[in-house]
Design a protein around this ligand. Structure first.
Ligand code: ZN
Length: 544
């Protein structure tokens, strides 16, 4: 069949495709019926287009395939906008100040819900200082990395937490010298209170989601993968059995469809429910054009910042601690046995080297994937044993990285992971071992800006960090980083017509505000790149 004539010609310096080995640049692409129908010189594409075609001329600016954020928490990102933000507070004093000002806008009986604190901030507080500020109010504050939470006295009581209560499996209730809970809950202990917290749901979340979709479009993002929840509890509506994030986003699908190609993950505890609903990883969700079922999420360990990443040798800052392994190898294999025949891929959160070894062991003992079932993925991969690097390729497991974490965590890694810093965020080692990489943001933990992530992938520092690049030997090249945000996420679900702008591809693209040469220079300006025009299936999406 002959391709239709383009009714929209986009000229500029068009990145037709980014692969780890190089970039293919053309002068123009022609678009018709939501797809790229021509690519080449200005002359070629214009001559082949319809006479009255719309022309977008970007001049010397870069036009790129729409970016895909392979790990974010979109429901939580929207919800975070409705909560008290403790992100970036300089110290405990600022945490208290932000909370106190929020108390003024809350009724006395209303929960005070916040997120974004860190152990470093809390370490500057006197014992009991937070409780003093909160009084008898119900309060729940999730940490920056989401692997810890602080609950107020009243919230602890409501959750039945007291000095005499044992730690739950896979979790820890932090206690003071007299054995009384300090309010800080780690990993599975968070659930003792989290389930009681009234989250913003459904239509009430729509305005915050709208704002975020516009921000993402303005960053050139056309696709994303919702990482999924830890438990299947707290779901609502027709997809209640798949947990809070999945059911919340499915409930708001009408606002997302056509604007963002979204893979929505669900907790591994819901694999049977997903199979019953006929959901397969990468397959379309319901009647929606751009929504798909994602991966089943498993949490194998905690996080660096909360001291709960599972390590082969104990961490060495504050307390010596080998972290919390949340899923033994056998359980992982059992999950794979359930997931494989249902066509569901696993996404396993594993940060510490012991967690990663355990996950790879568990997958090695699992039945092989049938053809067409998307690869399993390990999320984060922050500390890696050299022996484990080639196992990603041999087991067909993809590494899902969030480059900004390296830039933000560098000091913590140097302080806590003594003697093994060269194995932290070992992206070059992964690539050399043959692993496929996809990249994401982990928003709301970090900024959703993929260009900041791209800068961090190349430099392993934040743009404002005046120090030299951190352990630059493990950095990615620009083509590798672009591929991890463009072609690789599409390849992962077998979508050969996404992630690039060659003829036949879906017209998901961003006309950037930045000269291609600036992009290629890959210096601090990279983090400031924005899109002037973002298309999904050839249709313009609203920018914010
Ligand atoms: Zn995450």
């Amino acid at each position: 069949m002959k391709a239709p004539r383009a009714d929209h010609v986009v000229c500029g310096r068009v990145l037709a495709a980014a692969t780890p080995s190089g970039l293919q640049v053309v002068e123009a692409v022609g678009i018709a019926m939501g797809r790229v129908v021509s690519a080449g010189t200005r002359r070629e594409v214009t001559d082949a287009a319809a006479r009255n075609a719309r022309v977008t001329d970007a001049g010397r600016a870069a036009v790129v395939p729409g970016l895909h954020d392979s790990h974010l928490h979109l429901a939580a990102l929207a919800r975070a906008r409705t909560q008290v933000s403790l992100d970036g507070a300089a110290d405990g004093v600022e945490v208290i100040a932000r909370l106190t000002s929020a108390l003024g806008t809350h009724r006395p009986t209303e929960w005070v819900i916040g997120r974004g604190w860190s152990d470093a901030q809390f370490a500057t507080l006197d014992p009991g200082q937070l409780d003093e500020a909160m009084g008898e109010r119900l309060g729940f504050l999730a940490s920056h990395d989401g692997h810890s939470a602080w609950a107020s006295r009243a919230a602890l009581r409501l959750g039945g937490i007291h000095g005499g209560l044992d730690d739950p499996a896979g979790g820890r209730i932090e206690r003071d010298a007299s054995g009384e809970p300090t309010g800080i809950l780690r990993e599975a202990a968070i659930d003792l209170v989290a389930g009681l917290v009234p989250e913003t749901r459904g239509e009430a979340l729509a305005p915050a989601l709208e704002a975020i979709l516009r921000e993402m479009a303005a960053l050139g993002i056309c696709g994303a993968t919702e990482a999924g929840d830890y438990t299947a509890g707290a779901g609502t509506g027709p997809y209640a059995a798949l947990g809070d994030s999945f059911s919340t986003l499915a409930g708001l699908a009408g606002s997302i469809d056509g604007r963002l190609r979204l893979n929505i993950g669900f907790p591994a505890g819901a694999i049977s429910n997903a199979a019953q609903l006929g959901l397969r990883t990468g397959d379309p969700l319901g009647q929606w054009a751009t929504l798909r079922a994602g991966w089943a999420k498993v949490y194998a360990d905690g996080a660096l910042g909360s001291g709960t990443a599972a390590l082969h040798e104990p961490a060495d800052c504050g307390r010596r601690d080998a972290g919390i392994l949340r899923v033994p190898r056998e359980q992982l294999t059992r999950l794979a046995v359930l997931a494989r025949p249902a066509g569901i891929g696993l996404a396993v959160h594993a940060i510490g080297d012991r967690a990663i070894t355990t996950v790879l062991d568990g997958l090695a003992a699992s039945p092989t994937r049938a053809a067409g079932v998307p690869s399993d993925r390990v999320e984060h991969v922050q500390l890696l044993r050299a022996d484990d690097a080639p196992r990603f390729a041999s087991l067909g497991v993809v590494a899902s990285i969030q480059p900004v974490h390296a830039a933000v965590d560098r000091d913590m890694v140097e302080a806590c992971w003594g003697g093994r810093q060269d194995r932290a965020y070992a992206w070059r080692t992964l690539v050399n071992g043959g692993a496929g990489l996809v990249a994401g943001s982990d928003a709301p933990v970090e900024s959703v800006n993929p260009w900041l992530g791209m800068f961090a992938a190349l430099h392993r520092r934040l743009p404002a960090d005046g120090r030299p690049d951190w352990r630059a030997g493990e950095a990615l090249t620009l083509p590798e980083a672009l591929a991890a945000y463009m072609t690789a996420p599409a390849q992962l679900i077998g979508a050969t017509d996404e992630g690039h702008l060659r003829p036949g591809a879906r017209a998901d693209l961003a006309v950037l505000d930045t000269d291609l040469d600036v992009l290629l220079a890959a210096d601090e300006r990279l983090a400031g790149v924005r899109s002037n025009l973002t298309l999904v299936d050839g249709r313009e999406t609203p920018l914010g």
